[in-house]
Design a protein around this ligand. Structure first.
Ligand code: ADP
Length: 454
């Protein structure tokens, strides 16, 4: 893969003085790169085997609180360490940062050195291994949508997150004219990520003012999630270098369309597409039908992994291209699941439920678990839904609030079997905490509505 460096190549670069900094990172529950900046000499001589971090990092929230109720870590247990074990097959340059490479780490127990089961990367690896036992590999692509703003995060924060002005003043869906004006941000994003070893396909304007989409070529599930996490980080960092904020909050204004992260999925066996059967309807093999039946039936159970915050649920609105129903349809953007590439070797299913805030490791792990369940139980696939799915009263709803999705997660026997009780308890607590924090907040909406009138 162009861009990736072997450990030996890194050592050569360090000796030649072209690399001086190694970022040792892992991806947390909120899809942030967390870790340390190593002097490259120290990393290549000593720290390449392991480094350490506080174990609250997989039990905190967006604002780095220390929530109670996690079995894995707590004040009572003294918030000890995890091992960060660099995966040396993931060393890559970050060309927008001078003299810098990064490496992704797996999180291991400090004492037993076993993978920590609620580490998002470990959770995806586990489902990939289950699929491998059935003889298949998952190929995935996640689309990244986000908004660019005129000002930087620092300026916007100092202004109290008010007067948010997108970088453009017009709906820029597929607009070459408007996106040319944003090339000072988007061109370095495409080129730097490509040089970092991410197979960038394209970027395009999306269907709102200031909204962008970045597409990365499909690849195996773990690499896809790694690409997504790195690209999301790079978008924020490169936009910052250009003086702009890039936000992945799914819904930043009630009257604007939200940002999604659609997930394209196909299974392969020995390098050949296992979802394709030339003789079947739409070219969908029996395997694909079972996989999709599981994906659709269990969508409410795993919606939290596609929509992890209170805000995520504001995106699910009629007439916005964000779905509200867990049904499938053919090349139809109003359904939760869209069949793409029908009748061809590229036949695949696109899940349209996830927001731009999803964690790609968790989303893919949950969807693979659901697909595997569909295959194992040989679940039958209902016929496709036609027309405007928003208006289909017979189609099942996606949970409409974080509270409803949390209840489904907590009580999901299928997820508990596929991922273990401890992992589901961990993420249920994560979801509950987010809701509890929101319930404690007094919002602008309540003040504006009731201050005089109540
Ligand atoms: P669109 O016209 O909707 O943009 P594309 O053909 O560009 O559709 O594909 C969208 C995404 O699907 C791309 O990121 C692409 O890499 C991915 N993709 C294409 N084929 C497959 C496949 N067989 N399995 C998984 N993802 C795929």
């Amino acid at each position: 893969m162009p861009g990736l460096l072997s450990f030996e190549e890194l050592k050569t670069c360090v000796a030649e003085g072209t690399i001086d900094t190694v970022l040792a990172c892992f991806v947390d529950m909120q899809v942030r790169l967390m870790g340390k900046r190593f002097h490259a000499a120290n990393f290549s001589e000593a720290s390449f085997k392991e480094t350490h971090c506080c174990n609250y990092l997989l039990a905190t929230d967006l604002v780095m609180a220390t929530p109670d109720g996690y079995a894995a870590t707590s004040w009572e247990q003294g918030y000890g360490d995890y091992i960060m074990a660099p995966d040396l097959s993931t060393i890559r340059p970050l060309p927008w940062l001078e003299g810098t490479v990064m490496v992704l780490c797996d999180i291991l127990d400090h004492h037993t050195h076993a993978p920590v089961p609620h580490d998002p990367r470990a959770m995806l690896k586990r489902q990939v291994a289950r699929l491998k036992d059935l003889g298949f590999d998952a190929m995935m692509a996640t689309e990244l949508e986000f908004f660019l703003f005129e000002k930087s995060f620092d300026e916007i924060r100092k202004g109290g997150y008010r007067d948010l002005a997108p970088i453009s003043g017009m709906n820029e869906d597929y607009s070459i004219l408007q996106t040319s004006r944003e090339e000072h941000v988007m061109r370095p994003i495409r080129n730097h990520l490509y040089a970092a070893g991410l197979p960038i396909e394209n970027s395009k304007g999306e269907a709102e003012t200031g909204q962008e989409e970045l597409n990365i070529r499909y690849t195996d599930a773990l690499a896809c999630a790694d690409h997504h996490a790195i690209a999301k980080h790079a978008v924020k960092e490169i936009a910052w270098q250009q003086g702009h904020a890039a936000s992945f909050l799914p819904k930043w204004r009630a009257d604007k369309v939200g940002s999604s992260s659609h997930v394209h999925q196909s299974l392969w066996r020995e390098g050949r597409p296992a979802f394709y059967d030339a003789d079947a309807d739409y070219g969908m093999s029996q395997l694909m039908q079972h996989y999709m039946a599981g994906l659709i039936a269990y969508a409410p159970d795993y919606t939290f992994f596609l929509a992890p915050y209170v805000n995520s649920y504001k995106r699910f609105a009629k007439g916005t291209f964000a779905p509200t129903k867990t049904v499938w349809s053919i090349d139809n953007r109003t359904a939760g699941f869209r069949l793409c590439g029908e009748g061809t070797k590229g036949v695949r299913v696109e899940c349209r439920i996830g927001g731009s805030d999803l964690n790609p490791y968790l989303a893919q792990a949950a969807m693979l678990a659901a697909g595997i369940k569909g295959i194992e139980d040989e679940m039958p696939l209902a016929p496709p839904t036609k027309g405007d799915v928003y208006e289909d009263s017979k189609a099942a709803d996606i949970p409409q609030t974080l509270r409803a999705a949390t209840d489904r997660l907590r009580t999901s026997t299928f997820l508990r079997e596929a991922m273990d009780d401890a992992v589901i308890d961990h993420y249920t607590r994560c979801a509950e905490w987010e809701q509890e924090e929101f319930d404690r907040a007094v919002t602008d909406w309540e003040i504006a509505r009731g201050f005089e009138r109540a």
